[in-house]
Design a protein around this ligand. Structure first.
Ligand SMILES: Nc1ncnc2c1ncn2[C@@H]1O[C@H](COP(=O)(O)OP(=O)(O)OP(=O)(O)O)[C@@H](O)[C@H]1O
Ligand SMILES: [Mg+2]
Length: 349
C-alpha cells in the first residue's frame, strides 16, 4: 500500500510517501522557523497561511522525487491533531480534497502517535511491548505501548513540556528559537559542576514531571549572575549545561522507574527532544545496565515530519481504518482514546 502523508500541525510542512512493501520513498519538509524567529515563538495565523503556500509544491516535489504517478497512491494520511487548529485544517482540507479527487481513502493521524512510531522507520525497529518517552515541544509523556493504538499513559508533565522548557529557558538567557538545539550547542562548552540545578519531582514516587520550577530556578541563577556583573558567554554555557543535565537526569530517573514498574526493558524515545545527544547517551547507559535497548529516530524524524504521518497512516489504512468525508481536526486529543490497529491483510516493513 502506497500512502501520501501530510503534516501541518504546527510550524513545519512535512510531506512523504511511504510504501508498505518498499519503505519510505521520499520525504520533504519546509520549516517555518525563520518566519517565526523574530516573534520568539510560533504565530498560529502565520503558520496556517504558510502551510497553504507550501503544501501543494511539496506534494509535487515528493511525487517527482519518488517517480510516483498519482494513480499509484492508495491512501492519504494527514495530521488531524493535536496541534494548532488553523494549521491542522490546511492539511485536513487538502487531504480530503485530494482523496475525493483521486478516489482513495483519507485518514486523520494522531500527531503523537506519528512521533511514537517514527523509530519504526529505522533499520532496527523496536518490537512491542515497550515503554515510550514522548518528549516534544508540547508533550512530555511516559506511555506503555503494547501495539499500535494500545497505549497506557503512565505519567506526564503537570506543567511545561520538556521542549517548551528548553525553548523558554533559551529565551531567558538570550538564545535563539527553537531553544533546544541552542541550549545543546552551548552546553557542549559548559563547565561541569559550576552550577547544579534541581531534578524536579524525582524525590517522590510516581511518573509525572514538572519543569516550570526548573525554568524559574534557571532564570534566578542567570539574574544573580547578571546582577554580579557576569553575563559572559561562558556563564551562558555553564547555565545551559546545568539545565540540560537536570532535564536529562530527571527524564532518565523517570524512565528507569517506568521500566521497573512495567517489567519491560525496551525504551523508545520520540519527539524533538529525543534528538538531544546527552539524553540519548544517558538513556543508552541506563538501558545498558538493565541489559535492554533504547530506540530513536534519525534526528530529522525526531521533530515534525511527513514520514511519521505517512507511516502511522499506512499501518492504520492497512487495518481498514479511514475517515468519513467530514473535515474534523482536534486541538486536544488523548492518545489512549485511539482505536487499536490489527492489520487485516499485508503487514508493513
Ligand atoms: N537537540 C535538541 N535538544 C533539546 N531539545 C530539542 C533538540 N532539538 C529539538 N528540540 C526541541 O524539540 C521541540 C520541537 O519538537 P517537536 O517538533 O516534536 O515539537 P512540536 O511538534 O512543536 O510539539 P508536539 O509534537 O508536542 O505537538 C522544540 O521544543 C525544540 O526546542
Ligand atoms: Mg511534534
Amino acid at each position: 500500500m502506497l500512502v501520501l502523508g501530510l503534516e501541518t500541525s504546527c510550524d513545519e510542512t512535512g510531506v512523504a510517501l511511504y510504501d508498505s512493501e518498499r519503505g519510505l520513498l521520499a520525504d520533504a519538509l519546509f520549516s517555518q522557523i525563520d518566519l517565526h524567529r523574530i516573534y520568539g515563538g510560533v504565530v498560529p495565523e502565520l503558520a496556517s497561511r504558510d502551510h497553504v503556500k507550501r503544501l501543494l509544491p511539496l506534494i509535487r516535489q515528493v511525487l517527482g522525487e519518488a517517480g510516483v504517478a498519482v494513480a499509484e497512491i492508495d491512501g492519504i494520511a494527514y495530521t488531524a491533531g493535536p496541534g494548532l487548529v488553523g494549521a491542522l485544517l490546511v492539511g485536513a482540507s487538502c487531504a480530503q480534497a485530494l482523496a475525493l479527487a483521486w478516489d482513495v481513502p483519507a485518514l486523520g493521524v494522531h500527531h503523537m502517535e506519528g512521533h511514537l512510531l517514527a523509530p519504526m522507520l529505522e533499520e532496527t525497529p523496536p518490537q512491542f511491548p515497550f515503554v515510550a518517552l514522548l518528549v516534544s515541544g508540547g508533550h512530555t509523556q511516559l506511555v506503555r505501548v503494547d501495539g499500535i493504538g494500545r497505549y497506557q499513559l503512565l505519567g506526564e508533565s503537570l506543567d511545561d513540556a520538556a521542549g517548551e522548557a528548553f525553548d523558554k529557558t533559551a529565551k531567558m538567557i538570550g538564545l535563539g528559537y527553537p531553544g533546544g538545539p541552542e541550549i545543546a550547542r552551548l552546553a557542549e562548552r559548559g563547565t561541569p559542576g559550576r552550577f547544579v540545578f534541581p531534578r524536579p519531582m524525582t524525590d517522590r514516587p510516581g511518573l509525572d514531571f514538572s519543569f516550570s520550577g526548573l525554568k524559574t530556578f534557571t532564570l534566578n541563577t542567570w539574574q544573580q549572575c547578571q546582577a554580579a556583573g557576569d553575563d559572559s558567554e561562558q556563564t551562558r554555557c555553564d547555565i545551559a549545561l546545568a539545565f540540560q543535565q537536570a532535564v536529562v537526569e530527571t527524564l532518565t530517573i523517570k524512565c528507569r522507574r517506568a521500566l521497573k514498574q512495567t517489567g519491560l526493558n525496551s525504551l523508545v524515545i520520540a519527539g524533538g527532544v529525543s534528538a538531544n545527544r546527552a539524553l540519548r547517551q544517558a538513556l543508552e547507559a541506563m538501558l545498558g545496565e538493565l541489559k535492554g535497548s533504547v530506540f530513536y529516530a534519525r534526528p530529522a524524524f525526531c521533530t515534525d515530519n511527513g514520514a511519521m504521518i505517512a507511516y502511522a497512516g499506512c499501518r492504520r489504512l492497512l487495518a481498514g481504518q479511514h475517515d468519513g468525508p467530514e473535515i474534523g481536526v482536534r486541538a486536544r486529543w488523548p492518545m489512549e482514546s485511539l482505536p487499536s490497529c490489527e492489520p487485516q491483510a499485508a503487514s508493513c516493513k
